[in-house]
Write a protein of this length. Structure first.
Length: 330
C-alpha cells in the first residue's frame, strides 16, 4: 500500500513548501532521450550540473523550508526514482498521484495534506524544474511574497521574474502600474498573457511585464477559496479524499477519485480568473524555466555546465533524435 504523510506528521508547522514534480517534461524529451536513452521528465534529470533539477530545487529552498516541512508531488510511475533522489532530505513528504491530471489537482492534493494538520499554514508552491543562478535574490523574493500574500485582497501572491528580453515562449504577468513604484515593490496583478506574439512581447517588455515563474504564495484558506470557486468539481473530489486521511482506505479512495478527476491547469483555470492577486518582482536572480533545449542552452551560455552538457550529449550512445539538440548545444 502507498503511504502518505499522516495528520500527526504534518502538525505544528506554519510555513510549508509544495514542489510540483509530477509533470512529464515533454518539451525536453528530445534532450533527455539522448542523455538517458528514454523519455525522462526534466525534474529528474541532471542538465545544468551534476544534480537533478529536483535536487537543486530542494537545495535552493532549504534556508526557508526544512525538508520535514516540504511536500513533493510526484506521479506513481516515478515513485522509486523520486525517493532515490530525495534520500538525502530526511523527513521530506512525498505525495503520490495515481496519475498526472495537471497542476490544478497537483496543487489540490498536497493542499489537502497540509490543511489536514495545519489549518493556518502558509504555503509556497514551487515548480521543480527551473534554474536560478543567484539563490539569494530568489529567496529574497520568496520572503517578500509571504508578506505580499497577507496584504493581497485574495490572500495570494505570485513571483514574477523581471524580464530582460521579449520572450514569446513564456507566460507573462502584467502588474498594475502606479506612479512612484519601485522595481522591487509588490503590485496588484492586472492580467496574464500566455506566450505572446513578438510584437506583444516587445510591448510587455517595455511596459514592465514580468515573466511568470509559477511560484505562488498564500495561506491554506486562501488557496481553498480560490480552488472552490474556480475548480469546484475537482476540489470537492479531493476534499472527499482529505476526509479519509489517516485511515487505511485513504489510498483506495484517492485512486477512485483520480479515475474520474478532470484535468485542469492551475494557472489558466484558477489564477488567470482570480481577482485581487499580487505579484512580487524577482530582480536579477538569473531565473529560467529551461522549458526547451534552446532556452536551457541560452541559460547556461558561457558556463562550465554548458560545456559538460555538450560533452555528455556528444558521448551519449543513443542519438536517434539528438541531431537537432546537439547542433543547438554546439
Amino acid at each position: 500500500m502507498k503511504k502518505h504523510p499522516s495528520k500527526k506528521q504534518l502538525s505544528g508547522g506554519k510555513l510549508w513548501a509544495v514542489i510540483l514534480a509530477a509533470g512529464q517534461g515533454s518539451r525536453m524529451a528530445s534532450l533527455t532521450r539522448v542523455l538517458y536513452g528514454r523519455d525522462l521528465p526534466k525534474q529528474f534529470a541532471a542538465l545544468d550540473g551534476d544534480r537533478t533539477f529536483l535536487q537543486r530545487t530542494m537545495d535552493r529552498i532549504a534556508p526557508l523550508f526544512p525538508a520535514d516541512q516540504t511536500l513533493v508531488v510526484v506521479s506513481d510511475a516515478y515513485e522509486s526514482l523520486a525517493r532515490e533522489q530525495l534520500r538525502d532530505y530526511p523527513g521530506v513528504h512525498i505525495i503520490l498521484q495515481p496519475d498526472n491530471r495537471g497542476t490544478g489537482p497537483g496543487v489540490l492534493l498536497p493542499l489537502a495534506h497540509v490543511s489536514a494538520g495545519d489549518s493556518e499554514a502558509r504555503i509556497v508552491i514551487f515548480p521543480s524544474d527551473h534554474h536560478v543562478q543567484r539563490p539569494g535574490q530568489f529567496l529574497e523574493a520568496v520572503g517578500q511574497s509571504l508578506t505580499a500574500a497577507d496584504e493581497a485582497p485574495s490572500g495570494i501572491a505570485l513571483i514574477g521574474a523581471v524580464a530582460h528580453e521579449p520572450a514569446t515562449d513564456l507566460g507573462w504577468i502584467v502588474p498594475k502600474s502606479r506612479s512612484g513604484d519601485s522595481l522591487a515593490r509588490a503590485r496588484s496583478v492586472e492580467r496574464f498573457v500566455e506566450k505572446p506574439r513578438s510584437a506583444e512581447a516587445w510591448a510587455l517588455l517595455e511596459a514592465g511585464g514580468l515573466w511568470n515563474t509559477m511560484i505562488v504564495t498564500g495561506r491554506v484558506g486562501a488557496f481553498w477559496r480560490l480552488l472552490r470557486t474556480h475548480l469546484p468539481e475537482q476540489t470537492q473530489e479531493i476534499e472527499r479524499y482529505s476526509r479519509m486521511l489517516g485511515q487505511p482506505e485513504a489510498r483506495t479512495t484517492l485512486e477512485k477519485v483520480y479515475q474520474s478527476l478532470q484535468p485542469a491547469d492551475f494557472s489558466r483555470a484558477v489564477l488567470q480568473s482570480a481577482l485581487g492577486l499580487s505579484v512580487v518582482p524577482m530582480v536579477d536572480a538569473g531565473w529560467s524555466d529551461c522549458g526547451t533545449p534552446k532556452r536551457l542552452f541560452e541559460c547556461l551560455k558561457g558556463t562550465s555546465a554548458l560545456k559538460t552538457l555538450a560533452t555528455r550529449l556528444r558521448d551519449a550512445s543513443k542519438l536517434r533524435n539528438g541531431t537537432d539538440v546537439l547542433s543547438v548545444a554546439s
